[in-house]
Write a protein that binds this ligand. Sequence first.
Ligand code: SF4
Length: 698
Amino acid sequence: DSRAADRTVDSVCPYCGVGCQLTYHIKDEKILFVEGRDGPSNQGRLCVKGRFGFDYPYHPARLSRPLIRRPGVPKGLDPDFDPRHPLTHFREASWDEALDLAADGLKAIKSAQGPDGLAGFGSAKCSNEEAWLFQKLVRTSFGSNHVDHCTRLCHASSVAALMECIGSGAVTASFMQALQADVVILTGCNPAINHPVAATYFKQAARNGTKLIILDPRGQALDAYAHRSVRFTPGGDVSLYNAMLNVIVSEGLFDQAYIDAHTEGFEALKSHVRELTPEAMSPACGVAPEQIRELARLYASADKAMIFWGMGISQHVHGTDNARCLISLALACGHTGRPGTGLHPLRGQNNVQGASDAGMIPMVLPDYQPVTDAQVRAAFEELWNTPLDATPGLTVVEIMDAIAAGTIKGMYILGENPAMSDPDLDHARAALASLEHLVVQDLFVTETAQFADVILPASAWPEKDGSVTNTNRQVQLGRAAVPLPGEAKPDWWIIQQIATRLGLDWGYTHPREVFAEMKQVMASLDHITWERLERESSVTYPCPAEDAPGADVVFSDTFPTSSGRATFTPTRPLPPDEPVDGDFPTVLITGRQLEHWHTGSMTRRSRVLDDLEPEPVASLAPAELVRLRLTPGEPITITTRRGDITLKARVDPLMAEGMVFVPFCYVEAAANLLTNPALDPDGKIPEFKYAACRLQRA
Ligand code: SF4
């Protein structure tokens, strides 16, 4: 009831990369309800998470005081541990005691092991300013580049390909541009589940005559709006895209004028794809040659066309090759740089774009400036008055391996939940348990915090000021709406307290000062000031002037590469790392549900969302249930080479036979106990979208 609210505060949704703007309605310093606001990416719309996922800060398990592990309590997931009553395993501490212990442990490891003994995981839940401070802390205090976050599990391969081929890791056009496109390809993404408000624009585009082409191993709700919906064999994506490139080359459907003006390497691509005909690729991708030809012709002959992709593309050992293929398709047909054209990896979390821009990545400093470049380092060394390591750091899964190998002995984890999100969880959890010192900063005693020596109670999104950058490159301002509970603190304050104890002299008093520092070395933020964000709430980068809107579509003249041209990178189809076989004949795919966000730390503590999807389920095609003699709701055991879980079977007509889908947010049947840690060699992203498994009635 809006009449009951005594004030409102405008902010941004904390969940997906769409970045919907919203208004908190507040009474007695508590959020009563949320309404959509007229933001550039949502125009008043919200999905179920944005509308109902606001009450997690008030969950009884919310931390309000620092905690320290009690002596003798083993690290790890104890089935008897109740996060609402953490004092069985931890004791409360003052901020000074907890911060001193946190910093002393990190210092001791650094002096015994050197900089390589420590690492940090931030999170895409961090604001831009928190991400900046966290990577700055690791680089200037730990003394290494061992800092990473969940982008590594999300679009690292897409970013690697985009950086290589077009010189920029961000989207070339917003998803609103789909409304102007003649053809839109959605591949390896399921926007109605993972980017629900973006999906409403795809539906709107389809209603207006845009031809939606959906390419995916699974069916989805948007199929009802699609001109063509084509299901390919899991892992057959590189084959399918190369066959489409073959058709475009062999039928002369490419845009020679665009290629001559803006690209290099097309002749090599042409000869490379010559033998990758639809007939040759069809067995691997499971799509008929004539259908491949039709898809290629539809895309290439459109005046304006866009490609959107998601983690079905990126989370493979060939994830970077997948993105290289999609980039080649767009470049060959001249489908970038104009309204209604572009390449758009749908970024997952509300600030995965911004946290990456702000440098929470091991191989690059902010704005993707390589740590190996002496000139780049010199600029940051001058700004931070500290020498910087020239060696790229380790990535998420590599850090877990380094812990298991005994190299890394201490970690600071901010908002990330690797005890649920990493592949091959038995390995990851054993690594976390073996750490000599683990500091976790979070809202709850998450699964990862159950391995911690010190837990620092952090701020929830509605309790703090900060900027975030959505999938459309829109930098938006989140505003503190309600007070922090108990002794919980803003995250920037906690990071600074650790920094002070590690010998750094920072002295920030508000995130706006951090943003001002970022602007000194991040050209992406040119003409975007904190004051402007306060005034306008959202500004797109790159932005040409303080009184101009940012660029919705980029790279119309030139690409940000050394030659100003984009590059075609040929790829060869590769099999999945762990193909199905007689022992493990079914493909396991993991991902998200509409109602739950990533590892569920927030949404499973939101009442409505938890009521809507309260327990783990495995989605199977109707024929699979018949084959297994299961009725929906009966338990099923899924086994891979790494472990097994048991959960309820759900019938899902959108699934194909030979595959099973499991969401990864349920600790009681943690999907990542099953997943394969094999990495893409370029993006270093694990193959979450393909593991060979066996299904049995439980
Ligand atoms: Fe939030 Fe994404 Fe839903 Fe928008 S679409 S309300 S940003 S979860």
